[in-house]
Design a protein around this ligand. Structure first.
Ligand code: XMP
Length: 319
């Protein structure tokens, strides 16, 4: 596709002119925007690109391994993985308030990122996967929520706090164009079509207190739900799908015994802008498979519910 190759060639040229001999740091989140940003920059400046991935202990199953395999193994990028999970989970211990969780995670993320970025010599630039909707909506308080959250919670203030100049190669693109660039650059389909995942990760899906045990339960349930949605061929038509661990015990029978175990809620939505969303009409057979697999395979869960609320008023996440 000629337009795509033009965009890529022009962007490469621009980035080379902008950064000269300096190193560029790129924070990988596991999502599409940062992945495409990194792939584009790597094509432009090769080893001058240093990627940082922070393991916050709140990731999905195999997420860290997948990032290492793709960016280090496949693309041979200079990838630094910062395992900051103990710090995140220690700070989050006993915290149940969602916004407090987000504040702690934001602060720990900056600390983790800075600790690694400080070690990289001659790094003058920070690459960010800012998209056109982020640009037009930033500063507009009532604007696109997802975009604002991205700026405020995930990366907001990071370049200023760390003293970097910004490289934003996707600034003129919409999400669907970013996906096309990703495909053109050879990112796997699995990465290019990935659902959005919030910066605070599983912390806002473990409702109530965050413990390693509760995270492990949710991580397994989430992996099963996504696996079955993919197996049913529904992943691409759903905008975002997720599992939530609720802080209630519900009664179940185990042989002759009554037991109290946890509830998992499944949420899947269809939306174009993430401002409004409808719940996905997933076939009952698929929901049934998800439910029986989670209950059979995940220790500590005896009930699965499907969230049939629309946004507004219900948000996509539960916290
Ligand atoms: P809600 O739950 O507000 O979510 O309907 C809209 C979109 O934003 C994502 N989201 C977040 N993303 N940090 C993020 O990076 C956050 O704190 C956060 N909260 C919600 C959510 O997953 C959905 O895509």
């Amino acid at each position: 596709n000629w337009q795509m190759s033009d965009f890529v060639e022009e962007t490469i040229e621009k980035v080379r002119n902008q950064v000269g001999d300096s190193k560029v740091i790129c924070g990988l989140s596991g999502g599409v925007d940062s992945a495409v940003t990194a792939a584009l920059l790597h094509k432009a400046i090769g080893d001058q690109l240093v990627c940082i991935f922070v393991d916050n202990g709140l990731l999905r199953k195999n997420e860290r391994e997948g990032v290492v395999q793709m960016f280090s193994g496949h693309f041979h990028m200079d990838l630094h993985v910062v395992d900051w999970s103990d710090q995140f989970l220690d700070q989050l211990a006993g915290v149940t308030d969602p916004q407090k969780k987000r504040r702690i995670i934001g602060a720990e993320f900056i600390a983790a990122f800075k600790s690694e970025a400080d070690k990289i010599e001659n790094a003058e630039f920070l690459a960010q996967g800012t998209l056109y909707p982020d640009v037009i909506e930033s500063g507009n308080k009532d604007g696109n929520l997802a975009a604002n959250i991205k700026l405020h919670h995930n990366v907001g203030g990071l370049p200023e706090k760390l003293g970097f100049k910004l490289v934003e190669p996707l600034r003129d693109l919409f999400k669907d164009e970013v996906r096309l660039v990703g495909e053109y650059l050879g990112l796997p389909e699995d990465m290019v079509w990935r659902h959005p995942f919030p910066g605070p990760g599983l912390a806002v899906r473990v409702i109530g207190e965050i413990t390693r045990e509760r995270l492990a339960v949710l991580r397994e349930a989430d992996a099963i739900a996504i696996e079955e949605i993919k197996a049913a061929g529904l992943y691409r038509s759903i905008s975002q799908a997720l599992a939530v661990l609720l802080p209630v015990g519900t009664v179940g029978v185990m042989g002759d015994e009554r037991s109290y175990e946890s509830v998992i809620a499944i949420r899947a939505v269809e939306t174009t802008d993430f401002m409004t969303a409808d719940f996905s009409h997933i076939p009952f057979e698929v929901l049934g498979t998800i439910s029986s697999r989670i209950i059979n395979e995940v220790r500590g869960v005896n009930r699965v519910c499907y969230d049939i609320s629309s946004k507004p008023p219900a948000t996509i996440e539960w916290e």
